[in-house]
Design a protein around this ligand. Structure first.
Ligand code: NAG
Ligand code: NAG
Ligand code: NAG
Length: 359
């Protein structure tokens, strides 16, 4: 037996100089491979060993422009009921079924008040007239033992899917109008929500640097995958360390190659942590600017060599077209504003400027 070297990477989620959240990542942990695969893919075993009350621990808030700074709690039934009367007291007054609904979910050791949720919420409300539903499952997400919430998001996702089905069945919403956005562990939670929705397929899921730990060896049923929504777009910013390396959406964006982001500190911990958090900052900015010009290609190396098709440029983040497929690459600035707009090489710059001026 060769000596098994277990490398623990301390992988921190850094929200631009604010909170640090640490996560121990066994990146080369041979003994754990089977354990992880078994446990994540065997939800029935997990359900029996995990005892938690979703209806107390998962809370929903509704925001519209008129109450953008004051969360409107949705008191989703605390008891399961297939009967409409149990729902009739739900005060959903700000909810408009004619509008798109952005459903925002946080990740491990985070909550609804975090930047990963609030920045995206605020930018949407300043730009678009939409319903925003935020989910708070902080009691579950707060567990320092990462694998507990990593298992429990399946049940959390099933419960959140019930809210979507309720809004579609009883409040005239359309499943296609739901766009779920989640960072890190929240990306896989978004996948579960999409997979458990029964009234149709949700319109879109945006995965922001989906967590790799515990999901690397999981089958598509146990993580975000293209079957979870009509359109799944993914932004990779700490690929292979904190975030998923392989493409798992219809379209996968790799800003700056997707592994480490510019402007992200001097030591490895800062780099990984800040890179992992960068995905949600990029997405939040993309709601306002739509200047993340991205180009299809086979790899970052090929992109850097100039081997990409400029005519197939699309924009990363919120404006990503729902028919886009494959891998896309782009450069960003090391700080806000991250978007570089039309930029890559002299001739490319001129060509993109021409396209930009011509709409
Ligand atoms: C619906 O639920 C309410 C309250 O739980 C109950 O009183 C009522 O009988 C139920 N109606 C039907 C049709 O099951
Ligand atoms: C829901 O939206 C989709 C896409 O816009 C549309 O094709 C479908 O007819 C809508 N469903 C209902 C019940 O209105
Ligand atoms: C670039 O994409 C366009 C449109 O899809 C296509 O017509 C063209 O042949 C492509 N060019 C190269 C070099 O692949």
């Amino acid at each position: 037996m060769p000596l098994k070297i277990v490398i623990f990477l301390l992988c921190a989620i850094r929200v631009l100089g604010q909170d640090y959240i640490y996560l121990t990542t066994p990146s080369s942990f041979n003994d754990a491979t089977n354990t992880v695969r078994t446990t994540i893919d065997e939800p029935n075993i997990l359900e029996s060993i995990l005892n938690f009350n979703l209806r107390e621990k998962v809370n929903f808030f509704l925001y519209r422009r008129k109450n953008r700074n004051k969360a409107h709690p949705i008191l989703f039934p605390k008891e399961r009921s297939d009967n409409q009367s149990a729902y009739e007291n739900l005060d959903l007054s700000p909810f408009n079924p004619e509008l798109q609904t952005k459903l925002l979910v946080h990740g491990w050791r985070s909550n609804e008040e975090s930047d990963t949720v609030q920045n995206i919420k605020n930018n949407y409300l300043s730009k678009k007239n939409v319903n925003i539903i935020t989910v708070d499952y902080r009691d579950i997400a707060a567990n320092n033992f990462y694998f507990a919430p990593a298992f429990q998001i399946r049940q959390v996702g099933k419960y959140i899917a019930e809210l979507i089905d309720y809004l579609v069945t009883f409040r005239n919403a359309n499943t296609s109008d739901f766009h779920i956005i989640g960072h890190s562990l929240g990306s896989h939670l978004a996948g579960y929500i999409g997979a458990f929705t029964t009234t149709g397929k949700v319109g879109r899921i945006s995965g922001l640097d989906p967590a790799i730990l515990g999901f690397e060896w999981s089958g598509p049923d146990s993580r975000l995958d293209p079957s979870d929504a009509q359109f799944v777009d993914v932004i990779h910013t700490a690929a292979g360390s904190c975030g998923f390396r392989d493409p798992i959406g219809h379209v996968d964006f790799y800003p700056n190659g997707g592994i480490v982001q510019p402007g992200c500190g001097n030591n490895i911990l800062d780099q990984l942590a800040c890179s992992h958090g960068r995905a949600h900052h990029l997405f939040a900015e993309s709601i306002l600017t739509s200047l993340f010009y991205s180009y299809p290609g086979s790899s970052w190396a090929a992109f850097v060599r100039g081997e990409y098709n400029r005519t197939d440029m699309i924009k990363m983040g919120d404006p990503a077209p729902s028919n886009s497929r494959g891998l896309y690459f782009l450069q960003t600035n090391p700080q806000r504003p991250f978007a570089m707009g039309p930029f890559f090489g002299t001739f490319g710059f001129i060509w993109d400027t021409f396209n930009l001026l011509n709409g």
